[in-house]
Structure formats: C-alpha cells, structure tokens
Design a protein around this ligand. Structure first.
Ligand code: HEC
Length: 162
C-alpha cells in the first residue's frame, strides 16, 4: 500500500513538473510574440496625415468636377484614415481633438448627396478650416492646409466618366 501511495505521489509530482515546463514554454512563446508585436511597423500620426492630405486634395478636384462617386469615395477614405488614427495613434493625446472635422465631413456627405457644387465648396472650406483649427490647437499651426491650387497627381482623371 505504502509503495502504491509513494508511486502515485511520484507520478503526480512528475506530471506537475511537466505542467510547469509547459507553462514555461507557453510563457516564452507569449514573451516572444509580445516582442514581435512591439517591433511591428505601425504608421505614425504624421504618415496618416499625409494620406489625409492626399485624399483632401483629390476630394476637391472630384467635387468641383462634379464627379460625385469619386468625391464620395475620397471623403470615405478620409473617414477611414481618421478611424485608423483613432485605433493606432492612441499614444498621441492630440487625437482627442480629431472629432473637430466630423461636422464638415457630414456637410460634404450632404453636398455629395445633393450633387451641389456650391454646397460642396462651402463644406470643403469648412473642412479645410477644421484641419487648420486642429493643427493650431495642437501646436502644429505651422502645418497650414489650403484649398488645392493644382492637381495632386497627373495620372488620374477627375472629370466624371469611365
Ligand atoms: C487631431 C486633430 C487634427 C486634425 C482634425 C487634422 N490634423 Fe493634420 N495633423 C495633426 C497633428 C497633431 C499633426 C502632426 C503629426 C506629427 O507629429 O507628425 C498633423 C500633421 C499634418 C500634416 C503634416 C504631415 C507631414 O508629415 O508632412 C498634414 C499634411 C496634415 N496634418 C493634414 C491634415 C488635413 C488635410 C486635415 C483635414 C482634412 C488634418 N490634417 C486634420 C492633427 C490634426
């Protein structure tokens, strides 16, 4: 009987030891995955902003050319980039003010639905002002966004039609 008890105890001890080993391996894997995650490339706020800048410029030429499907696409790209900023730039306190552009985005949406160039131009000016207001509120007033004066790219057509 004594032998059986000691044997069972030995088995329990061995399996616990095995468990610890598994835990150690798992912890090691978690640590190395965490390390890899920390080194994964994430675009910074400035990089996202350059994307926003490009969409802002394309949106203007789409709108003034009454290319409403393209304008709709570009304004949604700005919205998606803003969502990415909220998700990936949590280390930047400035992001708290990003909602400042929401009303202008809604006005642009409305202008696109109405297919009204006049309404679009006004909403676009509001959008541009809200970009600059956020920059001013966050010590980036030197990044001044304007209504574009020239095409952002030369290899894309902004006039409607396939
Ligand atoms: C959170 C408020 C906020 C809003 C809204 C905002 N920006 Fe910015 N923007 C910033 C901050 C902060 C920076 C500086 C980022 C950095 O440190 O690299 C910046 C930088 C920029 C830059 C400079 C990027 C570079 O590296 O050259 C551009 C261009 C820019 N924004 C365009 C825009 C446009 C266009 C809009 C509006 C459609 C806009 N931003 C709206 C906060 C904002």
């Amino acid at each position: 009987m004594k032998i059986i008890i000691s044997l069972s105890l030995a088995i329990v001890l061995v399996s616990c030891g095995q468990g610890n080993n598994d835990m150690a391996t798992l912890q090691h894997q978690v640590d190395s995955l965490q390390k890899q995650l920390n080194h994964t490339y994430k675009p910074g706020l400035g990089e996202f902003m350059m994307g926003v800048q490009e969409h802002h410029a394309k949106l203007w030429f789409a709108g003034i050319n009454q290319n409403w499907p393209l304008a709709d696409f570009e304004v949604h790209e700005i919205g998606e980039t803003v969502d990415d900023i909220k998700q990936y730039c949590t280390d930047r306190p400035e992001v708290k003010s990003i909602g400042i552009i929401d009303p202008a985005i809604s006005s642009i949406d409305a202008a696109i639905k109405q297919k009204s160039v006049e309404q679009f131009k006004k909403a676009f000016t509001d959008l541009t002002n809200s970009c600059n207001n956020c920059h001013k509120d966050n010590q980036h007033g030197f990044n001044v966004i304007t209504i574009p004066t020239g095409l952002p790219v030369e290899n894309q057509r902004f006039k409607p039609g396939q």
